[in-house]
Design a protein around this ligand. Structure first.
Ligand SMILES: O=P(O)(O)OC[C@@H](O)[C@@H](O)c1c[nH]c2ccccc12
Length: 261
């Protein structure tokens, strides 16, 4: 199963990274950084309206290569200029063609918060996210146990970052809530089968109290989709492929912002 493979390759990569830079050394680097390097994403989400997290992604296991031309810094700056509230950057190399330095380069050129989009399975990766300028990390409930969900989120928050706790099922929503998640992302894509069901986020939204910001993720394509999610009470949408495939990314973001009003 692909999610298991992703966890396996991530574990191997983690060991390689730790051979180059130990956890202690990485922690020392992070200790030099100011806590609030990026605007607080939770505070942004708590402002009224539907916020847009625009994703920089070259490939995915379900779609293969999405774009061959990939000027990731330009893409990120055009997202920001068009009004994106945050930028998601894939850093997973084996299945998404991501690269951790992309995050650093993008952070050097934008001022909105960035999300390190990866399969976080170890505190080391949370320090890496911080060292590369991220303001947000992703915690996928399907690959973490209850204790990890708590300690990883608390670690991120102690470093001045926020965690999007990602769920796909009702049971996972319950686990996310129990862990004290401050931001929940409902993925329309089942990461085990890659099937996308746009209604998944709409079905699960009501389980989450309105005090906790909720992000709808994956398979969002049209202004109509955006309008539906806005009226269903979502605080943000996370959009990747639709924007990556568009020749007019900025226009599209502006259209989506209009549709959300
Ligand atoms: O490209 P889409 O369908 O707009 O989806 C974006 C985002 O939701 C998706 O990339 C994603 C959601 N959760 C993830 C976890 C890992 C990797 C990728 C993802």
């Amino acid at each position: 199963m692909i999610l298991d493979d992703l966890v396996t390759v991530t574990k191997k990569r983690l060991l390689r990274h730790q051979q180059v830079l130990s956890l202690d050394e990485l922690k020392q680097t992070v200790a030099q950084l100011p806590k609030d390097t990026q605007p607080n994403f939770l505070a942004i989400l708590k402002q009224p309206g539907l916020h847009i997290i625009a994703e920089v992604k070259q490939a995915s296991p379900s779609k293969g290569t999405i774009v061959t031309d990939f000027p990731y810094v330009e893409i990120a700056t055009s997202y920001e200029k068009a009004g994106a509230d945050a930028i998601s950057v894939l850093t997973e190399p084996d299945y998404f063609n991501g690269h951790l330095p992309y995050l650093k380069h993008i952070n050097d050129h934008v001022s909105v918060p960035t999300l390190r989009k990866d399969f976080t399975i170890d505190p080391y990766m949370i320090y890496e996210a911080k060292a590369n300028g991220a303001g947000i990390i992703l915690l996928i409930v399907a690959i973490l146990d209850d204790q990890q969900l708590i300690t990883y989120r608390e670690l991120a928050e102690s470093l001045g970052m926020q965690a999007i706790v990602e769920v796909h099922t009702a049971q996972e929503v319950q686990r996310a809530l129990k862990s004290g998640a401050n931001i929940i992302g409902i993925n329309n894509r089942n990461l085990k089968t890659f099937q996308v069901d746009f209604n998944n986020s709409l079905r699960l939204r009501h389980m989450i109290p309105t005090t906790i910001p909720v992000v709808a993720e994956s398979g969002i394509k049209t202004s109509e989709d955006v309008a539906i999610l806005a009226s269903a009470g979502f605080n943000a949408i996370l959009m990747g492929e639709t924007l990556m495939r568009s020749q007019q990314k900025a226009t599209l973001i502006k259209e989506f912002k209009e549709a959300a009003l």
